[in-house]
Every structure is written in structure tokens, then in C-alpha cells.
Design a protein around this ligand. Structure first.
Ligand SMILES: Cc1cc2nc3c(=O)[nH]c(=O)nc-3n(C[C@H](O)[C@H](O)[C@H](O)COP(=O)(O)OP(=O)(O)OC[C@H]3O[C@@H](n4cnc5c(N)ncnc54)[C@H](O)[C@@H]3O)c2cc1C
Ligand SMILES: NC(=O)c1ccc[n+]([C@@H]2O[C@H](COP(=O)([O-])OP(=O)(O)OC[C@H]3O[C@@H](n4cnc5c(N)ncnc54)[C@H](OP(=O)(O)O)[C@@H]3O)[C@@H](O)[C@H]2O)c1
Length: 248
């Protein structure tokens, strides 16, 4: 059974009609960048809890979560309705293995995300520890519409901070947007467009790929990387080149 603490919402950023970020003050235990907490509300006498990745660096005491309202979802619309000063339950201890400790050394670390799943990568990059073991890092954020690129300003800041080591690439699937690739991650890898755009190759000799978000994206991308690039899932007992986390 998880231990819960009551947190206070200190800020809500409503990015679009469906995307928002919650900043929360809560006395949680320390976490590792890439992990998630559970948030919960008591709804009609029942505690409804769901997993949400930390976006903030573990060194930043203001807890941050990036969410999408799932239409008809049980919890996300209720979280969306929270206002500054409201209470929300947070698990004391974070969970999850989508962390750098589980990723082997590589020349290039690929961080591929859809939608709100850019969160764990932003936490890892804002902390900025244990990244010396990679020569290049590529952060890809794939969304439906350009307006869904809520964290583009932070991505640009990080790109500057890493002085050439970090390359950022946005992907927009449902409209053409300047500066973004058009389509879906697996198709853009298959066609070579993603690699051409960032100027690096995805290969088992030089790369490790972290995949986070839409389960169909993680599944399709893994399948492609296995078939077309000879990459394998990374396991503790059998080292490989792909680490993934699915959001549902
Ligand atoms: C490890 C982990 C980390 C997660 N981190 C985040 C996060 O940082 N931000 C976030 O918004 N969600 C995150 N999720 C998803 C989150 O836990 C909930 O599933 C989501 O908020 C929907 O809950 P709900 O009660 O509103 O919907 P439910 O009533 O539980 O309905 C669930 C259905 O909603 C759809 N769905 C769930 N999550 C998403 C999503 N993010 N995007 C699109 N469709 C979805 C799926 O079809 C799923 O079957 C994470 C999930 C996991 C497993
Ligand atoms: N984003 C919004 O503006 C919006 C608005 C209202 C409600 N919602 C709801 O919010 C939820 C999440 O939406 P979201 O936009 O955050 O997440 P999403 O549906 O996972 O889409 C994010 C990105 O992942 C891509 N994708 C989907 N399936 C893929 C696959 N098999 N392989 C590779 N890429 C794939 C999408 O491309 P495609 O566009 O090609 O699918 C899109 O570019 C949904 O339930 C949605 O109904 C979203």
C-alpha cells in the first residue's frame, strides 16, 4: 500500500484546452529523475489514483506534472479543475525504472516522446547529472498540433545550456508547422528524415533509444528499430539498445 501526503497546488498552467501543468508543494521523499508519482483525489468516497511523471529536477522542491485531459477519463478532468490552493494527494515515494541508471553508455542518447511523456526527459535534462557518458543527446517531442509544444521554450533553454551536446527536434502530426518534422516518429525514422534533420544516425553501435508515451508509438518504434536497425530491448540480464515506458 502506498503512503500518501497531502499536497497544495501552487500553480496551474493551462497550455491548451486539454494540456496543463500542475505545480504542487508536498513533503514527498526524494526521487530519481525519470520516475513518476501517483496523484489522487477522493471522488464520490473513492480514492482515484493515477501515475504522473515528475517534470521538475529532483533538486527543485516545487513538484511539477504535465497532464492531458482524457475525455471521459476518471481522474484527469478532475485534476484539470484544480485551482491554486486546492489539495491533492501525492505518493510519498516515487516509482519506476525509466531512469539513467538503467541506461548503458552510448555515443548518442535518443530521447523520443509523444504528448505529455516529454516529462521524464525534462526532469533528467534539468538535473543534468550522469550525462557525461553520452557525447550527444537528442530530445524529440512529437505532438498532434504545434500549439501542443508546451515546453518548447524550456527545450530551447536546455539546448543552449548543453552547448551543442543536446539537439532538440519537434514533430507535429496533424498540421504542417515551421521548424517541426511532419508525421509520426516511427515513419520519420524509417524514411531517414529524423536522422537527416538532427544530423546523427540511429544504430546499435552508437546509440541508445529511450521511448516514452503512447503505447502504440513505443511498440511501433521498437519493432522498427529491431527490424530495420538490428537494435534490441535493453534488459539488466541482457544488454541492448532500447528502453521504454508506456503511459497506458
Ligand atoms: C508510468 C506512467 C506515467 C504516466 N505519466 C503521465 C503524465 O506525466 N502525464 C499524463 O497526462 N499522463 C500520464 N500517465 C497516464 C495517467 O496515469 C492516466 O492514465 C491518465 O491521466 C488518464 O487517467 P484518467 O483517470 O483520466 O482516465 P481513465 O479513466 O483511467 O482512462 C484511461 C484511458 O485514457 C487514455 N489515456 C491515458 N493516459 C493518456 C495520455 N497521457 N494520453 C492519451 N491518452 C491517455 C487511454 O486510452 C486509457 O486507456 C502515466 C501513466 C503511466 C503508466
Ligand atoms: N492534443 C490535443 O489537442 C487534444 C485535444 C483534446 C483531447 N485530447 C485527448 O488527449 C489524449 C491524448 O492526446 P495527445 O495528443 O496528448 O496524445 P497522443 O494521441 O498520443 O498523440 C501524441 C502524438 O503521438 C502520435 N502517435 C499516436 N499513435 C502513434 C503511433 N502508433 N506511432 C507513432 N506516433 C503515434 C500522434 O500522432 P497522430 O496525430 O498521427 O495520431 C501525435 O503526434 C487523447 O485521449 C485525446 O483524445 C487531445
Amino acid at each position: 500500500m502506498a503512503d500518501w501526503v497531502t499536497g497544495k497546488v501552487v500553480k496551474v498552467d493551462n497550455w491548451t484546452e486539454s494540456l496543463f501543468s500542475l505545480k504542487i508543494n508536498a513533503p514527498v521523499h526524494s526521487f530519481t529523475a525519470g520516475q513518476f508519482a501517483k496523484l489522487a483525489l477522493d471522488v464520490e468516497g473513492e480514492r482515484v489514483q493515477r501515475a504522473y511523471s515528475y517534470v521538475n529536477s529532483p533538486t527543485n522542491p516545487e513538484l511539477e506534472f504535465y497532464l492531458v485531459t482524457v475525455p471521459e477519463g476518471r481522474l484527469s478532468p478532475k485534476l484539470r479543475a484544480l485551482k491554486e490552493g486546492d489539495d491533492v494527494l501525492v505518493t510519498t515515494d516515487a516509482a519506476g525504472f525509466f531512469v539513467l541508471e538503467e541506461v548503458p553508455c552510448a555515443d548518442t542518447l535518443w530521447m523520443l516522446s509523444t504528448g505529455t511523456a516529454i516529462g521524464p526527459f525534462l526532469s533528467i535534462l534539468q538535473l543534468g547529472q550522469d550525462l557525461e557518458r553520452f557525447n550527444n543527446i537528442v530530445l524529440v517531442h512529437a505532438v498532434r498540433y504545434q500549439r501542443d509544444l508546451s515546453y518548447l521554450p524550456l527545450m530551447r533553454e536546455l539546448e543552449k545550456r548543453y552547448q551543442g551536446k543536446l539537439r532538440i527536434q519537434t514533430v507535429v502530426s496533424r498540421e504542417r508547422a515551421e521548424g517541426s518534422l511532419h508525421g509520426r516518429i516511427p515513419a520519420l525514422i524509417e524514411s531517414g528524415e529524423l536522422e537527416e534533420s538532427v544530423g546523427l544516425k540511429i544504430s546499435p553501435e552508437s546509440g541508445h533509444v529511450m521511448l516514452c508515451g503512447n503505447p502504440e508509438m513505443t511498440k511501433d518504434t521498437q519493432q522498427l528499430l529491431k527490424q530495420q536497425r538490428g537494435m534490441a530491448k535493453h534488459l539488466r540480464r541482457k544488454p541492448g539498445h532500447i528502453t521504454s515506458e508506456q503511459y497506458w
